[in-house]
Design a protein around this ligand. Structure first.
Ligand code: 4AD
Ligand code: MG
Length: 462
């Protein structure tokens, strides 16, 4: 098995003979010696290899060792005189698998803008920043599973093709078969694209919550972790048409319980990533956003603020500055309001609860006032809403009324109502936008740069 560069640089001992494989990042030559940095994606730093003029075929190999070339190198580890690295490799054999013509290879050493890199979706993962982002993304995913598995939650796989609009916001992509002959036709003879899943309508899921509720009614605590889709035509730095969501659902749990879970969960993920990716986190702190590490420490050190929507509106109304969108009770909070609360008032994450029923989904539990629901949004500095959740309406009659008020067809939700008919319990859950978490963690300004293949109104490449 090939050794990975991260392991070699952390554990390799001087004198050891090793073989590594990867891509050339940089090369510089002085007096018969060439220094190349090789990276296989396992670490930020890669490993320095010293190529000596005595190496067989030195001249012809050297010609091919430009940025982007793929190589296998055998050699001996020696203590490195250079700063910031323990060991380096004295190469004794180099095989070049594939050269990368410096005239045309787009990722030369100079820094590129993230916007430019987005046009190179097939190559940008080889850069330092995107490499660090995707290692941190991986560590977040692992920490998420670890948290829920340690707490006895069952990971449930909810469908991507669904018949229901969980959020009731009409942001669904429909699914269409390309086999037009299979599709039903309208009376006028046109293809009926609304009935295109073998004669029935089907959509890409906006959330696995409703199915997660089904599973929580059997396994008590469950979570989903999968792709979700929103047909919202918003070109912002926080919206994707395809994003990953983590949705825990807990039976015998109320909103306070859900807030406790959300806070413990986020803290666990931050703690784990700081432990597992110190090099990458340092890089973000130095190069992307100098408050990344302080923010992470701040998350771990303090309790999240918990305020009601009405309290939030009062705070915003007496803010010492004006907003583009004026605030009054009943309107949804905009990202400028979320940022004001988290960055200027509390300087830490804020959980806002009990929103007006009229601006939230039908499944949220109605409060006694008849006006507000047991909703919660976890707001983070800079990113705004990273979690949306609620206690669910477990009372059959109230839920029926809420579905009707929302203008949704009761008969479509017979199975959801059955959960309230047979063994209903108070329950609650939430959805974490996975990319927003990675954004928050890394300080990356644009959500397109924290997912390998962003899907936005302006991009469906590959
Ligand atoms: O607030 P949302 O719409 O809540 C739900 O979907 C609930 N069913 C979750 C639940 O209770 N199980 O979405 C949850 C989170 C948001 O807080 C946000 O972080 C993220 O998903 N999100 C998006 N992330 C990227 N691009 C988009 N277009 C997003 N829309 C929501
Ligand atoms: Mg929301």
């Amino acid at each position: 098995m090939t050794q990975r560069i991260r392991d070699i640089s952390q554990q390799g001992q001087p004198g050891e003979v090793i073989t590594l494989q990867g891509w050339v990042r940089t090369r510089r030559s002085t007096k018969g010696l060439t220094f190349i940095n090789i990276n296989d994606g396992s670490s930020m730093a890669g490993l320095q290899v010293v190529v000596n003029a005595e190496l067989p075929d030195y001249e012809s190999i050297l010609k091919q060792l430009s940025t982007g070339a793929s190589v296998s190198i055998s050699g001996t580890l020696v203590e490195s005189p250079g700063k910031g690295q323990r060991v380096e490799v004295q190469a004794s054999q180099i095989t070049v698998f594939g050269a990368a013509d410096p005239e045309t290879y787009p990722l030369q050493k100079k820094r590129h803008s993230f916007e430019f890199l987005r046009t190179l979706g097939h190559l940008r993962s080889r850069t330092n920043t995107l490499g660090a982002v995707f290692r941190v993304r991986n560590a977040c995913a692992q920490a998420i599973h670890q948290f829920f598995q340690d707490q006895g939650f069952l990971w449930v796989h909810t469908p991507i093709l669904t018949a229901s609009d969980c959020e009731g916001a009409g942001e669904l992509f429909t699914v269409t078969s390309l086999d037009l002959e299979q599709l039903p036709h309208t009376q006028a003879g046109a293809v009926d694209f609304s009935q295109d899943f073998f004669g029935k309508p089907a959509y890409l899921t906006v959330s696995g919550q409703l199915e997660a509720e089904i599973m929580a009614m059997a396994f008590t605590n469950v979570y989903t972790f999968g792709p979700t889709f929103r047909a919202e035509n918003s070109n912002t730095s926080r919206h994707l048409a395809e994003f990953w969501m983590v949705e825990p659902e807990m039976a015998f749990c109320d909103l306070d319980g859900a807030m406790d879970w959300a806070e413990a969960f986020l803290k666990h993920v931050f703690r784990t990533v700081l432990e597992q990716c110190p090099e990458d986190m340092d890089f973000f702190n130095q190069r992307i956003d100098t408050s990344v590490l302080a923010t992470a420490e701040n998350i771990l050190a303090h309790e999240f603020e918990r305020i009601t929507y009405s309290e939030a509106v009062t705070l915003l109304a007496k803010a010492d500055r004006s907003f583009e969108f004026p605030v009054e009770w009943g309107v949804d909070l905009q990202s400028e309001h979320e940022r004001y609360l988290t960055e200027e008032v509390f300087k830490k994450p804020v959980i806002v609860t009990d929103y007006p029923a009229a601006i939230k989904a039908f499944y949220m539990r109605l409060n006694q006032d008849g006006n507000t629901v047991r909703a919660m949004d976890v707001l983070a500095p800079k990113v705004g809403e990273i979690i949306g959740g609620s206690q669910r309406e477990e009372r059959l009659e109230v839920l029926e009324r809420r579905i009707q008020t929302a203008g949704l067809p009761l008969e479509d939700y017979w199975w959801y109502l059955d959960l309230r008919r047979y063994g209903t319990v108070p329950h609650a859950g939430f959805g974490l936008g996975f990319e927003r978490l990675v954004q928050f963690m890394t300080g990356m300004a644009n959500i397109r740069d924290v997912i390998p293949f962003p899907r936005t109104p302006d991009n469906v490449e590959f």
